[in-house]
Design a protein around this ligand. Structure first.
Ligand SMILES: Nc1ncnc2c1ncn2[C@@H]1O[C@H](COP(=O)(O)O)[C@@H](OP(=O)(O)O)[C@H]1O
Ligand SMILES: [Mg+2]
Ligand SMILES: [Mg+2]
Ligand SMILES: [Mg+2]
Length: 286
């Protein structure tokens, strides 16, 4: 988070266009090198897949290598289902900066860092760091880190139930198209909140701001959804494609979430909401 704030305050973003409407900045590159180097330093054989490519250059300044750990989390009891997990069963999905488009436009609250952990293809552990949380207030350090482990719970924030008797849906603000809009129209929403980043949208679901996150597009990748899915699931919500099928996060999967993203907050009827999406929309995203 500090690396991301430092790149912004230096003002040289070093923007590279990876594809249509798909930017990478020095903050994306540096944050990924920091995370990869730190994880590989402690776990040299770990399977890690990062948005900005394989860990080719892990030469990083020594103060970028994180070696400390959150002792309050480590002090908790590991759920039984993870006691026998072997290294080969684990894949870590890294999105060093989610919401790059919003970052370059100064919508800094939308930016998150996502580290997702899958075990045998299931998204079970997630960390969402929000580097600019509270950055406008003078009396607090900016940034917060939230985590979730399915079977254990969540931490780093106070969950709030979603709005009652309304349908507030969050979706993309920078990657919309006709199909994305058609799916939203089919839901007859009370309100649509357009914000950047898969991480930030799932935070809206967990902090009582929205009931569902709907994105009828192939644009999101496994690193966008692994960490958010895990935290949301640990809290009792769900994240699937727009047909209700779960994604696999094992190391051989293809990166794009070709079936779109459909996530609901704790207590929502996921299947009921999915069934409002007409089959002609669902059939495009296969
Ligand atoms: N059409 C598209 N092309 C490239 N990336 C897309 C995309 N649609 C969504 N994404 C990626 O999915 C994430 C969430 O998108 P959105 O903010 O539009 O909801 C972003 O991650 P990154 O910012 O990490 O690249 C974004 O780049
Ligand atoms: Mg990107
Ligand atoms: Mg992303
Ligand atoms: Mg990213």
């Amino acid at each position: 988070g500090k690396i991301i704030r430092d790149v912004m305050s230096r003002g040289e973003l070093g923007i590279i266009e990876k594809g249509k409407n798909d930017l990478q900045t020095e903050a994306d590159r540096s944050a990924q090198r920091c995370i990869m180097a730190s994880l590989l330093n402690q776990f040299p054989t770990l399977n890690i897949i990062g948005e900005e490519g394989p860990p080719s250059n892990c030469e990083v300044p020594s103060d970028w290598v994180v070696t400390d750990a959150d002792t309050s989390v480590l002090g908790m009891e590991c759920p039984n289902e993870y006691l026998q997990v072997s290294d080969e069963d684990i894949v870590v999905w890294v999105d060093p900066l989610d919401g790059t488009s919003e970052y370059t436009q100064g919508l800094l609250e939308h930016v998150t860092v996502l580290i997702g952990i899958s075990v045998k293809g299931k998204a079970v552990g997630g960390i969402i760091h929000q580097p600019y949380f509270n950055y406008k207030s003078n009396d607090a350090l900016p940034g917060r880190t939230m985590w979730g482990l399915v079977g254990l719970g969540v931490g780093g924030f106070t969950p709030v139930d979603p709005p009652k008797n309304q349908l507030i849906v969050t979706t993309t603000r920078s990657h919309s198209d006709g199909l994305v809009q058609k799916a939203l129209d089919a839901l007859s929403t009370n309100e649509i909140i357009k914000v950047g980043g898969a991480g930030y949208k799932v935070l809206l679901l967990m902090e009582g701001k929205a009931n569902a996150y709907v994105f009828a597009s192939r644009g999101c990748k496994k690193w966008d959804t692994c960490a958010p899915e895990a935290i949301l699931t640990a809290l009792g919500g769900q994240l699937t494609d727009i047909r209700g099928e779960k994604y696999s996060y094992d190391k051989d999967v293809t990166f794009p979430n070709v079936g779109g993203v459909f996530a609901t907050a704790k207590g929502e009827d996921h299947k009921f909401l999915i069934n409002k999406i007409p089959s002609d929309i669902r059939d495009v995203l296969i």
